[in-house]
Structures are given as C-alpha cells and as structure tokens.
Design a protein around this ligand. Structure first.
Ligand code: NAD
Ligand code: MG
Length: 299
C-alpha cells in the first residue's frame, strides 16, 4: 500500500481539516451516521507482525479510537475481544468484519462496563474466547459537555467516573490473574488530564485520575513483568463529540482552533501509539503517557 501509516507527508495536510456540520445523536451514537465518518485506518493501516499471537481485550472497540486500535491490532497479528454497548452492534460489526478479513479472531462482548459484575464477566469471556489474555486496552469513555458545574448532575458525575475510572480499575483487577510477565496494559487519558476544558469538568477530572492511576499501577505491576502505559489523545474526530461531548455549535471548528497543526486528528492516527505500547518494541517503557495531540505541549 503506498499511502499507509509509514508514508512521509506534511502532518498538517496528511488528513483533511474537517469542518463538521452541526450534528447530534443520543449517546452512545453510531459512528456510521456521522458526517464525515471518522477514519479508522480501514484503507491505510498496514501491519508488519508486531503483535503476532497476542490476545487483546479492547474496550470501546466498536468506534473511534478503540475501533482503530482493534483494526490495527488485528493487522499486526493479534486476536481481539471487543467490548462495546449493545446499541453499538452495527459499528462493532464493521470492525469485526475487518478483524476477520485480517485472518484474526474477533470475540464480540457487548455489555455495560459501568456494571461491576459485567466487568468481571467481560474479562472471563475474553479469556475464554481468546484462549488467554496478554493485553488489556481500556479505551471506552464517557464525555458530556456542561457549561457550568451546577448543570452537572450527581448522576452524570457518577456515571462518568464509573465508565472512565471504575471500569478500567475493575477490568485490570479481573484481568491480572490471567496476565503473564510480558503482558501489557494501556489506558486512555486525554490532553484534558493536563489542560481541563472548563465545560467538561467531570470528564477532565477522570482523565487526570486515569493518568495518575496508571503511573502508580505501572510501578506496582512492573515488579510482575507487566507494563502499564497511557495514551493521551488530543481532539480526535469521533462519535463522542457529536453525542453531547462538546458544545454542538463549536463542531465546525472542532480541533482546528486548538491544535498547532490546525486540524483535528483521526482515530487512525492515534492507533499506532497503542500498537507501540503493546508491542515488544516498547519493552523499556512503563508508566509513560504518550501524548498524541497534534503538537500541544503538556507537562
Ligand atoms: P467513541 O464514542 O467512538 O468511543 C467511546 C466508546 O466507549 C463507545 O464506542 C462505547 O463503546 C464505549 N462506552 C461508553 N460507555 C460505555 C459503557 N457504559 N459500557 C461499555 N462501553 C461504553 O469515542 P472516542 O473519541 O474514540 O473515545 C475513545 C476514548 O478516547 C475515550 O476514553 C475518550 O475519552 C478518549 N479521548 C478521546 C478524544 C477525542 O477527541 N475524541 C480525546 C482524548 C481522549
Ligand atoms: Mg461507539
């Protein structure tokens, strides 16, 4: 493939500077109904065997960043268990088809990760379906825009934490008995962990928590030969943004005003960071946050 992730291009123009029309769907939304549809690397991601034989559980694997990671992992030779919500089956099927087209096993596990019992069940079903587990990738997330703190209900605050913080905590705990030395965990923070948007207080707080949790956990688990790292994306075009994630009126400028590259990222551009942190290439990397945000400076 000539135009794959290894081609050298001007990063500012490698992907178009989209100016999305104002659009809105109820949570969790279907990526297939977005305009434009995010790029998951379907046409561009080229695997080179970097994850051959790995067995990975990926949450939020139906759409956006998690879906791009699932496609990339399969093309790198991994079998993949996919976590997503039942309402997202249509988006999930697109990813499952691509995993199978890559000659790998896809294990679909729809269900709600805010449910503690489901988190344990998810891991068990992944282990059963994959014949073991070597990689846990927590990508699922909830983000709901509210102008003021008064508008954030207790219920929203709670569900955002249950999805973004409790679920990875529970999934990691359930997965640990299955993870042998050499296994990896990658969690998903955000630029918001460092630069909280004032209209996403609860969300940004969870992202700071994920980053901190991961760095502490990394120190603990490195003693068992398990590496924990974090990917912190910047503004990336995904269905999260059009399901109440940001002020809908700001969608036409999504990403372009913030990022030094003058555009939002595509999920396809975030996925290689997860591949790196899961592959043996990153054998000396633990407790690290890899920022993939178009050049925004972080601490
Ligand atoms: P996305 O909507 O495509 O993916 C989020 C996924 O989370 C959904 O597909 C859904 O399957 C899953 N999810 C949410 N609640 C769930 C629940 N209760 N049970 C099971 N699954 C649930 O959006 P995305 O932008 O690709 O988001 C992926 C991750 O990237 C999130 O953690 C998000 O915070 C993070 N992130 C995104 C951006 C961005 O600009 N898009 C920036 C920084 C970080
Ligand atoms: Mg989805």
């Amino acid at each position: 493939m000539s135009n794959d992730q290894y081609s050298f291009e001007d990063p500012r123009t490698r992907y178009p500077n989209i100016s999305p029309e104002v659009q809105q769907q109820p949570e969790p939304g279907l990526q297939s109904q977005m305009t434009p549809v995010p790029d998951l690397g379907e046409e561009s991601y080229r695997g080179t065997g970097r994850l051959t034989g790995r067995r990975a559980l990926i949450t939020g694997a139906d759409s956006g960043i998690g879906a791009a990671v699932a496609i990339a992992f399969a093309r790198e030779g991994a079998d993949v268990a996919l976590s997503y919500l039942p309402e997202e089956q249509e988006d999930a099927q697109h990813v499952i088809d691509l995993i199978e087209a890559a000659g790998r096993v896809a294990v679909p596990i729809p269900g709600d990760i805010t449910d503690a019992a489901f988190c344990s069940e998810l891991v068990q079903r992944a282990v059963d379906g994959l014949g073991g587990l070597d990689a846990v990738v927590n990508v699922a997330g909830k983000q709901v825009w509210k102008e003021t703190i008064e508008e954030i209900s207790d219920e929203q605050f709670d569900t955002t934490f249950k999805t973004n913080v409790y679920a990875p905590f529970r999934i990691v705990k359930a997965a640990l008995p299955h993870l042998q030395p050499g296994s990896t965990i990658v969690n998903t923070a955000s630029l918001e962990a460092y630069v909280p948007a004032p209209d996403r207080l609860d969300y940004a707080t969870t992202k700071g928590a994920i980053n901190n949790f991961s760095k502490g956990l990394a120190q603990q688990l490195v003693k068992r030969g398990i590496r924990v790292n974090v990917v912190a994306p910047g503004p990336t075009w995904s269905v999260l943004q059009v399901t109440g994630g940001v002020d809908p009126e700001t969608l036409p400028e999504f990403g372009s005003s913030e990022s030094p590259m003058g555009r939002a990222g595509q999920p396809a551009e975030i996925a290689p960071a997860y591949v790196f942190l899961t592959s043996g290439e990153s054998s000396f990397v633990a407790g690290e946050t890899l920022n993939v945000n178009g050049g925004m400076v972080t601490p």
